[in-house]
Design a protein around this ligand. Structure first.
Ligand code: FES
Ligand code: FES
Length: 155
């Protein structure tokens, strides 16, 4: 078994662990650190449920090994806000009914955070295109688009 000592900063806290070289970043977050807000659906890069931010860019945590995040800054849904202290995007999801089962929601929030930071999202079609790598089986996407549209320009 090949192991490596890694240090990863997650939501502002530095974690140092010895991990197996084959450990997925999504499993490192969920199982090693106990940060289960990052969801795992397909585990092969299709559904977007595991989306996190790595050094400022949204990535699929299921397509990376934990060792690849050594020395990096990771942001997860846990870092956005918390119950009673939701950030504006989370509040908009709540107010616009942008979730039903909530399984896709962490990935949607992290992708939307990246989109809002980088793009003007002038039209709803721009938002839909930006979300095209995140699958939702419940909402039909309309309310998610409305929620993101409600906070654009304020992020
Ligand atoms: S669990 Fe990573 S993309 Fe589906
Ligand atoms: S709210 Fe259920 S998958 Fe999106």
């Amino acid at each position: 078994m090949t192991t490596r000592d890694i240090t990863v900063t997650v939501d502002g806290t530095a974690y140092r662990h010895v991990v197996e070289a084959r450990l997925l970043l999504s499993d490192f977050l969920r199982q090693t650190l106990g940060l289960t807000g990052t969801h795992v659906g397909c585990e092969h890069g299709v559904c977007g449920a595991c989306t996190i931010m790595l050094d400022g860019d949204s990535v699929r945590a299921c397509l990376m090994f934990a060792v690849q995040a050594d020395g990096c800054h990771v942001e997860t849904v846990e870092g956005l806000g918390r119950i009673g202290q939701l950030n504006p995007l989370q509040r908009a999801f709540h107010e616009h009914h942008a979730l039903q089962c909530g399984f896709c929601t962490p990935g949607m929030l992290m992708t939307a955070t990246d989109l809002l930071k980088k793009y003007p999202l002038a039209t709803d079609d721009d938002i839909r295109e930006g979300l095209s790598g995140n699958l939702c089986r419940c909402t039909g996407y309309d309310h998610i688009v409305k929620a993101i549209s409600a906070v654009k320009g304020t992020a």
